[in-house]
Design a protein around this ligand. Structure first.
Ligand code: ATP
Length: 293
């Protein structure tokens, strides 16, 4: 069953079309990453899904409900982490969570959650005295409070150090393993590549490319690189083979077959291929190609 269904979503700020006909679905227990250039319309899309904005046209359903009309009903089942923190500076971390406990129908243990987000030692510290990364982790704790079946995270790892980012990824993966669906935006493409089952890349208000991670990655050719011994010329087997001095590069959509041919030739010719590397295109290359269009 799909937890989120978005079809033909359009959103305007006055005359400006920020989201122009976006379609996507997020299944149960799936991590879906919405990626895109600055101003692509990701936050606006998330805010429509969260029920804070009413679409100009199109249909959005979350657990089969209209998020704008049924926001109260959905808030019990949806944890949200926005880009801007809505925390009260004077309250301590523990008081913030206690306040939250009174506002939501979901149940959780404050000490356990603080330990999950690595804030156990900071529970008596006022929010205004937390570092930026600690505040983000507190925001994240509120979003996952009581383990809702859907969590929506807008750039959750911006401002976190690499260790905290990886820790947050592990928590997101654990949530997924227990059946929670996660819709997130991120500017860290390696994060999407590590976490997401499905990705959609937005640009100028539209989704330019979407699919499973492997479908999206297969949009760009894979690459084989190696350094050849001096004076060795490879066979002209490949359409996209480039030899720059001793540096060999092959762009290919048939990575396995081309790699096999190259290795077979090297073996038969007794050629040692140095620095041999074969890899799929990265999300970053695909992202940059879309941004240039
Ligand atoms: N309140 C607003 N009023 C007018 N225009 C807005 C408003 N909020 C956003 N926009 C515009 O709508 C477009 C989409 O903004 P949005 O914040 O959804 O993009 P984004 O993909 O989340 O960007 P970023 O990656 O920079 O956070 C941008 O051009 C932005 O300037």
């Amino acid at each position: 069953m799909n937890v989120i269904e978005v079809s033909g979503l359009t959103y305007r700020y006055g005359q400006f079309v920020a989201v122009a006909g976006v379609d996507f679905t997020v299944g149960e227990g799936e991590i879906f990453a919405l990626l895109g250039t600055n101003g692509a319309g990701k936050t606006t899309t998330l805010e429509v899904v969260e029920g804070f904005r009413r679409p100009a046209t199109g249909q959005v359903r979350v657990f089969g409900l209209d998020p704008f009309a049924d926001r109260t009903a959905l808030s019990a089942r949806t944890g949200v982490m926005s880009q801007q923190t809505g925390l009260i500076g004077e309250l301590t971390v523990a008081e913030t969570l206690a306040l939250w406990r009174g506002l939501t129908s979901r149940r959780d243990s404050i000490p356990e959650l603080l330990s999950t987000v690595d804030l156990a030692g900071r529970s008596d510290v006022a929010v205004e005295k937390l570092s930026g990364g600690e505040r983000r982790r507190l925001d994240f704790a509120l979003a996952i409070w009581g383990q809702p079946p859907l969590v929506v995270l807008d750039e959750p790892t911006t401002g976190l150090d690499p260790e905290s980012r990886q820790q947050l990824w592990r928590i997101v993966e654990r949530l997924k393993d227990s059946g929670t669906s996660v819709l997130l935006t991120t500017h860290y493409l390696e994060e999407a590549q590590a976490l997401a089952d499905h990705v959609a890349i937005m640009h100028g208000g539209s989704v330019q490319l979407a699919g499973t991670l492997s479908e999206v990655l297969s949009e760009q050719p894979a690459r084989i690189t190696a350094t050849l011994p001096p004076g060795v010329v490879p066979p002209r087997l490949y359409g996209d083979l480039v030899l720059d001095g001793r540096a060999l590069t092959v762009q290919t959509r048939t990575l396995q077959a081309d790699l096999y041919e190259l290795l077979r030739w090297a073996d038969q010719a007794g050629v040692a291929l140095m620095d041999l590397n074969a890899s799929q295109a990265s999300l970053q290359e695909i992202f940059l190609a879309i941004g240039k269009e």
